[in-house]
Structure formats: C-alpha cells, structure tokens
Design a protein. Sequence first.
Length: 239
Amino acid sequence: MKRLLVIVASETANKTVVEKLSALRYPTSGALSLEDGRNALKMEQFDLAIVDWKLVEPVIEEFAAALKKTPKQTLLVALADDMNKEPLICALNKGADDYCESPFINGRFNKSIFELLLARVEARLRFGGTNIIDVGELVIDPDEEKIYYKQREVELKGKPFEVLTHLARSRDTIISKEQLLDAIWEEPELVTPNVIEVAINQIRQKIDKPLGINTIETVRRRGYRFCFPNCSGQTITDK
C-alpha cells in the first residue's frame, strides 16, 4: 500500500486533499508546515509527498535531497497556485519529481484539477522508481513480498518480512524496537516489543540459518541493524 504525505499550509485544503486521497485507499497523512512534515517523515515511511510550493520554495533543493535519502526515496510533487513557467522549471530543476496546480482556487475545491493531481500522483507512483532493495546477492522486493538469494527465492512472509525490509531500507542504521513497532504495526500501542524479537528470530531461522548468512545484528540496549554482507550476526555493544 502506497503512503502519501500532504504538506499544505491551508488547513481546509490540507484536510480536503487528505480525506479525498484516503477515500481512494491511499493512506494519507497531513502536515501544515515543513517542520511538521519533516517530523512525520521521521515517524513514518511515505512513498510520495505533495508539498505546497510556497512552503518548500526557499529550501527546495535541501528538502528534495532529504526525501531521496529516506528509506523509500520519497517522491516530491510540488503544488502551486498557478502553472507559471518559471517556478515550474525551478521546481523540476531543483529536485521536484513533478509539479501540479493546486485543486483549490480562491479557496474553493476544483474537482477537475484534483483529478489531474491524482493522475499525476498515480503516474509518479507507477514510474517514479523501484522499491527493490538490492544488496549484492540478496534482493528484497517489497511490492511482491519476495526475497531472492543468489537468484533463488527464499520464503519469508508477514511481519518478519516487513521487519527485514524496514531494516534493509535503513541499512547500517540502528533501529530501535519502538521505531519498528511504529513503522510496521498499525496499532503499536496494542502489542509488546516482544513481537520484534519473535520477528527477528523468524528472519534468522528462515533466512540466515538455511543460507549460511547473517543479515541483522542485535545492538545491545539500542535495537537492530541490517548489516549484510558484513555482519557477524551476534549481539554487540555499539560505541
């Protein structure tokens, strides 16, 4: 499921776009400022961000670069009040993946422009890039929920697959149990951190042990780190 983030200053516009995208079965979050948007990006993974051009213009290059460093390499669609040539070219040249007119004109929602925005968003989600994680002989395909090692498919499904994928997207970064719960479980407050240990154990039993490899290190008191192929697979103390 593709996740979207809408960063638009107008509360009415933000709420309307979020509700309409959510109704189309795109899980969508809203933020009224770039700061709130950055915080949302730290808490969740998004496939695409729709951002008010007035908010992002002063920092477009830095913000676009930051999105590309996220685990999902979040796409950026700039949203403007008009389609003037100069800001459009500026946005695309400085890192935006697309540019579209705001579906709100003089404070009123315009259905036809929203449909154009939706078409652009869906096109970008289809062709904006691949989610495949390729780490040497290990390939993880999140969209198909498949793992390949030395071109042979390996069976791992459900939450263990999602945990491995999340760690692999942030390779060499320590991810805490709490961060994994927030990113993967829809209601993390209803489960205990023990489910992470169970998922990690499943990864080691179904991937590491049969293949004779190590994919994840346990970092004592801090969390887990995907470190294939240079991984001991042991519990370590991070300094």
